[in-house]
Design a protein. Structure first.
Length: 181
């Protein structure tokens, strides 16, 4: 009798475990989407402004994604372009604070998440980038409109290394975008 109960228990657990397979599939799909976003951003590393005035063919394609003209700051437009090229409908903004809201905010520095840096003098998030990976207390990122020093008014797309505690906010547009890739 005890053997039958144990066998029935194992069968029930196996059946319940089988219902989790779609969830595992979703996690795999999400991981694949994260890799796609990172790969898209990586291909842009090395892009530079033409004259240092938020201009040049690549910068203008990022800006046009969000309806902005040459000469505008473009870190948020770069993020929007990366997501568009990776098959996402959102985000679509050239305004860095708009990349963060309760629907997408997260506390995780996960690959493919957007991060924001707070500038006290502006009293807002004024620079954004993409988390490539986390290494201990550091975030390895890919950012547009920055430079070697990490400025918010830079000259190109760079891979940066930032102290995690310097990051003000994270947003997970990939998880939110699952319903509309």
């Amino acid at each position: 009798m005890a053997t039958i109960r144990i066998l029935l228990g194992i069968i029930c657990l196996a059946a319940i475990g089988g219902y989790r397979l779609p969830h595992r599939t979703l996690l795999a799909q999400q991981s694949e989407k994260r890799q796609q976003v990172i790969a898209t951003a990586e291909r842009e590393i090395g892009v530079r402004e033409k004259t240092g005035r938020n201009d040049g063919a690549s910068v203008e394609k990022y800006l046009s994604t969000v309806g902005l003209k040459q000469g505008q700051p473009w870190c948020a437009a770069f993020i929007s372009w990366v997501f568009q090229q990776s098959g996402f409908n959102r985000p679509r903004t050239g305004w860095s604070p708009a990349l963060f809201n309760p629907k997408v905010n997260t506390s995780m520095a996960r690959e493919g998440n957007v991060f924001g840096i707070w500038f006290p003098n502006l009293k807002r998030i004024a620079h954004v980038g993409l988390v490539e990976r986390k290494e201990g207390n550091w975030i390895i990122s890919i950012e547009g409109n920055t430079n070697i020093a990490g400025s918010r008014e830079g000259d190109g797309v760079y891979r940066k290394r930032r102290l995690a505690k310097s990051i003000y906010a994270f947003a997970d547009w990939i998880k939110v975008g699952e319903d509309k890739p």
